[in-house]
Design a protein around this ligand. Sequence first.
Ligand SMILES: [Zn+2]
Length: 137
Amino acid sequence: MADKLTRTLPEIGPDTAFFWTAGASGRLEFLQCRDCDHYIHPPVPLCPDCGSHSVTPQPVSGFGHVVSYTVNHHKWREDFPVPYVIAVVEMEEQCGLRLTSNIVGCSPDAVVMDMQVRVVFEKYGELYIPLFSPTLT
Ligand SMILES: [Zn+2]
């Protein structure tokens, strides 16, 4: 849990509030189509797979793997320590269900392609920022 602000926080709207607050229950949620089960990210009120408007937030396992990453060494903010990893994580529920986030809980040098990770949350007030940490295997 964060003690002070070190991140630029997202603006929350009616279509995205579920995503940024779901961590209160310890779960990561994405919109899912009720007609074809396709997960949707970023959140939009229409299933891009079948065109249905019946989409609702649903929890996922929180497990995925790294499909791309970079190690940032530039100090964009004085209060945000470097280096840190920016990664694209693909969730195990669906090919292409991807989230850009940070890998935490290990040295940036330890991150590799296809690394298995699970979601962890960093809390800022009512917001829970989803980050990823290596799974213990
Ligand atoms: Zn659909």
